[in-house]
Ligand binder design. Structure first.
Ligand code: RIB
Ligand code: CA
Length: 302
């Protein structure tokens, strides 16, 4: 089994991504680490712990950064709701968040499983950047880092220039994406093309009708309303679940080798720009199998 850490700012799409990873027989989720982003660090942590408990998994959850490296935290509660789960709660986990700080736990797990541990980062990259700054030796023991973030070759979702995770903490994104380890980036552009759910997808998911599938659907309601009002569309883009689907099975996913620059300030803050090269450590997903994504999503909710 592949040993992984999920680093998350647990809100509505993160929760589905966590369910997909936990339910995948090939993945051994050794820890969930939380970071402030969609919501504050305490909510991100209780949402993560609740989601793991709902799936019947006793996965340790460790609290990480309560804000970006240099900036003030700006959340996306306008989309995910005040509780981060579509304001469909309250969701009170039974267990407790572990005492060890997430950054220290990631470092110790990297030393315990050198060159074996994969990390999927589905929130701002603050924790990952802190691991690099605190212990660059340990950081280089990451087997592969999957990142949901950036606009790729498309447009932004929080501003026209930037995707939310990179916009919240552009300094962390810049450090991590230029750290020299193997990184696979699943950005907002491929999310919109391959990672959306429309009305027909929701009808299929509603038919599953169990506590996990109903939770996964219910927490999307507020986001669906947002899309209806803002775009007059009955759909929602699920960035984090698409990234986990790519991590689980890269069949049908194509990548381009690249070097990445992140704009740190100004109106283009958080923007990722790419220089495509023949071979390099950072790979940007340019095509993802929607069929694979839907197959993995559906089987994880059953
Ligand atoms: O831009 C999409 C990303 O921002 C996802 O990780 C979503 O959870 C939000 O954090
Ligand atoms: Ca997220």
């Amino acid at each position: 089994m592949r040993k992984i850490i999920i680093d998350t700012d647990t809100a509505t799409d993160d929760a589905i991504a966590i369910i997909m990873a936990l339910k995948c027989r090939d993945l051994d989720v050794v820890a969930v680490t939380t970071v402030a982003g969609n919501v504050d660090i305490n909510l991100a942590s209780t949402n993560a712990l609740y989601t793991c408990e709902l799936c019947g998994y006793k996965v340790p959850v460790y609290k990480g950064a309560s804000g970006p490296l240099k900036r003030k935290l700006e959340t996306s509660k306008f989309f995910h709701g005040k509780d981060g789960l579509g304001d469909t709660g309250p969701y009170k986990p039974k267990g407790k968040i572990r005492k060890t700080n997430a950054v220290d736990k990631i470092i110790s797990l990297l030393k315990e499983y050198p060159n074996e541990l994969e990390i999927i980062a589905i929130g701002p990259l603050t924790n990952i950047a802190k691991v690099y700054k605190k212990d660059p030796e340990a950081f280089r023991l990451i087997k592969c880092l999957y990142v949901m973030g950036g606009i790729g070759e498309g447009k932004g979702n929080i501003t026209e220039f930037a995707e939310f995770n990179f916009w919240v903490d552009p300094d962390a994104a810049d450090i991590v994406l230029n750290s020299g380890i193997d990184i696979k980036v699943i950005a907002w552009d491929v999310t919109q093309i391959y990672g959306f759910l429309d009305k027909s997808n929701f009808i299929e998911l509603q038919a599953i009708n169990n506590k996990i599938s109903n939770f996964a659907i219910n927490i999307q309601r507020r986001g669906l309303e947002y899309y209806k009002i803002k775009y007059n569309e009955q759909k929602i883009d699920l960035a984090d679940p698409l990234a986990v689907a790519v991590m689980i099975d890269e069949t049908g996913t194509y990548f381009k080798n690249c070097e990445v620059k992140i704009i740190l300030n100004g109106d283009k803050r958080g923007r990722d720009t790419y220089n495509f090269i023949d071979s390099g450590k950072v790979k940007l997903a340019t095509k993802v199998s929607r069929e694979n994504f839907l197959k993995i999503l559906k089987s994880s909710l059953k």
